[in-house]
Design a binder for this molecule. Sequence first.
Ligand code: OAD
Length: 233
Amino acid sequence: MKNKREKIVVFTGAGVSAESGIQTFRGDTGLWCKHAIEDVATYEGWLRNTPLVLDFYNKRRSDVAKAEPNPAHIAIAELQSKFDVVVVTQNIDDLHERAGSNAIIHVHGELTKARGTDSLQMLCDIGYEPLTEKSICPNGSQLRPHVVWFGEEVLGYEEACEHFKEASRVLVVGTSLAVFPVANLLNAAPFGAEKVIVTLDLERVPEGYQLIRAEAGNMVPHVVNCWLEDQSL
Ligand code: OAD
């Protein structure tokens, strides 16, 4: 009988896609410097100015269509050759999928999907096509991006939490850990697990995690290589 594979949870944020040309949210060049969260990332903003919100996510979707996975996404997918890997991502892009990861939980939704305004059930694939005010769901309501806005419930939180609890290693990449409840997931990892964060800067390092300040495209392949070769970092 085959040995049970060791479980690794990889938790990612916007920084893992930065070197693919996708803008992060915080910091001087982040999206939240130019756009007000309450205008483009809340249900109230959607009701107030639907075209503005559609345009904002149409731009994000067209950026993703032009982007390619970078060495960090590719290395994360390579972990699957030896480990049972689950990627829990805050990102709404599809770069983990395109790099070959096959177990991904998008806790903040996905740009390539849309749904009826008030229905989590009426999900449809839209690929990289823009949504307009004429985009209508089969139940007759306006299609909205399948993304989690502030004040809305995170997707797959309980499932993600179970994976963290079973992990013997956790790799966190490119996140400010500023958004809750998902940042709390890190606390669900076992005390004895190996826990590493690769990001450029972080205000507060959660207990038990080792911070490596580095660009994901350089450092993630190194961490992955060490883990695949059973070497210490
Ligand atoms: P942030 O923009 O808050 O943080 C991105 C992090 O990536 C920062 O800490 C940077 O230091 C780091 N970073 C930037 N470039 C990097 C690189 N090349 N290599 C490694 N790290 C790099 O993005 P998130 O933490 O993902 O939610 O933001 C969390 C959530 O806030 C998003 O999912 C989104 C946003 O509001 C919603 O819209 C609901």
